[in-house]
Design a protein around this ligand. Structure first.
Ligand SMILES: [Zn+2]
Length: 289
């Protein structure tokens, strides 16, 4: 979403609304840089300014908007290609990820006939694929110009492309999916608690995949309500036998392991039986009282 104005916080604490048309490159560099904030109430995200023919405001590189902010985009680190360990940041809106998880649960509950039917019904939507392919080609040809002269348009296209999350059941994962962000679906067969997190094994049609949570997960302040709560999934598995898992993360294949892994970075990027794990744990704790 386009940010049309920003709040300038002066050294003396006064706040002024800054309109895009009032900002010049030198005003920004001399005074505003680092001191402009998101216009939404109580949102801590800083705003930066890109000059040029299509000048625009954008979210400061790594800043996060408040949960209820209309400009909110969550950032999740992604592996850039298969061999690189360098992380880049991709913006996928929180709401988009939550609706993808919800949709995954619906898909997992469809019978085979219904699945086929629903795939058939999707075909009129295919032009979207075409559109994306064309956008991709255009960018690779005129990519440099677009960055220089049409920064805003380029950003919007990039976000649109990246916020589309492809869903795969465990047995549908192909080599092209490795090194990319995917939503992976399967049935939980094992939960192995390891410290504050766990390694979860899911499967579909006899193909298995490990869900892993690494230091980045444990270290992220936003995940604190998910740490040491993985017992809840084990308990759900005991109680209901069938636990459907959907999670968004990096699909990865380590050379020393035969099994493909899904690395998850955020506690709200996965659900079990369509439920957030921290909510599930809280429900259990309440029931135990
Ligand atoms: Zn904001």
């Amino acid at each position: 979403m386009r940010i049309l104005n920003a709040i300038y916080l002066a050294e003396n604490g006064t706040k002024t609304t800054i309109e895009l048309r009032d900002v010049t490159f030198s005003l920004y560099e001399d005074k505003l840089k680092g001191n402009m904030f998101c216009p939404s109430e109580n949102c801590p995200a800083r705003i930066s300014f890109s000059s040029g023919r299509k000048a625009h405001f954008r979210t400061w590189r790594m800043d996060k908007h408040a949960n209820d902010c209309i400009y909110q985009f969550d950032r999740i680190p992604v592996l850039k290609g298969r061999s690189s360990t360098e992380s880049i940041n991709v913006e996928i809106p929180y709401s988009r990820r939550q609706s993808a998880l919800q949709e995954a649960f619906r898909i997992m509950n469809l019978s085979d006939e219904e699945k086929e039917e629903s795939l058939g019904r999707q075909s009129p939507l295919r032009p979207r694929e075409k559109e994306r392919a064309i956008a991709g080609t255009k960018r690779s040809v005129t990519g440099i110009q677009m960055v220089l002269f049409e920064g805003e348009k380029y950003d919007e296209e990039l976000i649109k492309r990246q916020s589309y999350i492809l869903k795969r059941a465990v047995d549908e994962i192909k080599s092209q999916d490795i090194g990319t962000i995917r939503l992976i679906m399967g049935q939980v067969i094992e939960v192995k608690e390891e410290g504050q997190t766990a390694e979860i094994t899911i499967e579909n049609n006899d193909r298995k995949l490990s869900i892993v949570f690494e230091e980045a997960f444990t270290a992220d302040r936003l995940n604190s309500s998910y740490l040491s709560k993985f017992w809840a999934i084990e308990r759900l598995l005991n109680d209901s036998k069938i636990v459907l898992f959907a999670g968004i993360g990096d699909v990865r294949k380590k050379t020393d392991r035969s099994r493909i892994e899904l690395v998850i970075y955020r506690g709200d990027d996965f659900r079990v039986n369509n439920k957030d794990m921290s909510v599930l744990a809280a429900d259990y704790s309440r029931a135990d009282l």
